[in-house]
Design a protein around this ligand. Structure first.
Ligand code: FAD
Length: 65
């Protein structure tokens, strides 16, 4: 058993980002991943940073918003 401030379940981009932010803020963090880091959605996206603007082309305004 290890004492930590924050337990993060899942080593995708959100888990990794949350862990990085928490450590930067001075918290101790334990991140657990059932497979390997970025083995799920984050490792299989198109890796583009589009901020939703790509959906303008197809006029999917709800996604752009
Ligand atoms: C085809 C596709 C294309 C995409 N393209 C883009 C893009 O171009 N640009 C963009 O910004 N976004 C894109 N996205 C969206 C983006 O990839 C996802 O929103 C993001 O990767 C989700 O990250 P996540 O950390 O929430 O989930 P995940 O990356 O899925 O991470 C969740 C992790 O939790 C782990 N886990 C689950 N349950 C447990 C458990 N009980 N114990 C331990 N570990 C567990 C899983 O193994 C996994 O590693 C795309 C998504 C898809 C599917």
């Amino acid at each position: 058993m290890t004492d930590v401030d924050i337990l993060i379940v899942g080593g995708g981009i959100y888990g990794a980002g949350t862990a990085q932010a928490a450590v930067s803020a001075g918290h101790s963090v334990l991140l657990v991943e059932q497979n390997t880091i970025a083995s799920a959605t984050s490792g299989n996206s198109t890796k583009l940073i589009h901020g939703g603007l790509r959906y303008l082309e197809s006029m999917q305004m709800r996604l752009v918003y």
